[in-house]
Design a protein around this ligand. Sequence first.
Ligand SMILES: [Zn+2]
Length: 506
Amino acid sequence: MLDAGELPTLGGLVERGAYGDCLSTVPSHSWCAWPSFMTGLNPAGHGVFDILEHKPGVSKRLPITWHSIKAPTVFEDLTRASKTSLALNIPLTFPVPEIDGKVIAGGVLPASRSYTHPQDLQSELDSHAPFPVNGMSWTTYRNRPEAFLRECAGITAKRQKAFEYLLDTTEWEFGVVVYVSTDRIQHCLMEYVSPDHPEYGRLKDSSVAEQTRAVYRQLDDGLAQLLKRTTEDDLVIFMSDHGHQPCTRTCTMDRILKHLGYLEFGRGSFAFNLIRWGPGRRIARRIYDTFKLHGKVSIPASPIDWSKTRAYTSVVSTGEGVSVNLKGREPNGTVDQRDYEKVREEVAQSLSAFRDPDTDAAPIGRIYRKEEVLKGRFLDTAPDLLLVPAPLYSLTHARTMIEDADWLSGDHRLEGVVVAVGPQVTPGPLSETVELIDLAPTALAGLGVRSAIERDGKVISQFVGASAALEVDAAGAVAGEPATGGLTSDEESEIEDHLRGLGYVE
Ligand SMILES: [Zn+2]
């Protein structure tokens, strides 16, 4: 679309800015990537690895929240420096952080509680530029692309208005606005917009393809409206939290682990098996969609027999992580500490030797031991193995162990995008590797704001000039560790059901 001149605003940024790949975190899903952006730390530095987490003393895994981020974010640094920020629709900003500035919480939100800071901002928005929360649950639109695209366009237009309203009514110094329609679209309509999807040639001229491109043009126009609200002195960064790649095949990591002999399913409930594995799943989906049961009736969770399980999928949202069922760490651990390395190595070998029985291809492109890609205080609870899907594969969303992708046509990849324009930017292709965790420390350095802690991310001199550096306060405070996520149990199940609609939880 850039080449065809269909995205003139973004094209203009690329022409006068610095641009290239922005490497996401491992795992690359948004619930891990956005806290990494906000803290400038790799995931083991803030402790969020998945959409669900174990709380002390509770064996059921619960949805993560803002309180799950166990390190100070840059918003706290900005607040201490009395800089006014806008944090609009950033995933995982709920319960809403009380920063100096304004927040519209992002991610999936319970309906009953305020999603803004200050709290009365919500009624102000309601009367001037109402902000729709949630929505665009792509899995609930299975095979109804046009209805899904109508919702994407409608929600995006309303959010755009709310963003513009806040930019116009706030004296802000640091602002982040997040659009999620590209992510949702690229999960299920990738074949219409991505030339590297095998079906693209057949579909690119269809009316659905045209309607899909229209959402990208809408976003490009929205970007133009945001840019009008900046000056030549502002550093503007266009970024993604991860990239996307097409997929035609999809897996369930727990089924692969069972196939390889590391995991056993329990007998489970009748309802679970009906919905999860049988043709009943499609029927159940339809019933859920028709009667709008998402968020009201919960689907039973996966019944793993922990006593017969040595390794399990620890990043359930995307299948990008596998952990050893380690005694002392896991609620029902079976593997002794002294066997940890041996078991982990065995699982890694088996996973890398695993082949798709129908195509003979390897679904897992790369396997990392966690210490190869992560470091920090929370390394112990990080997934023991991190998996990167091979081209054309997704490691989640399958009904069986491995099958043709149905409705799903794209999934995350590490290589995302970044473009920067501003007074100190050296235009042209990036001269060094840029990672997602670099962007917030770079912004702090650009604003001359001191950080409370050392951040893993580096200051990108191509964006803010060679003399800009991030200064760290020696007496930096480390965030406390609240015992709970700050949600009621009703809100927890409500969020969990929204996550199902987004395909993050099965
Ligand atoms: Zn996504």
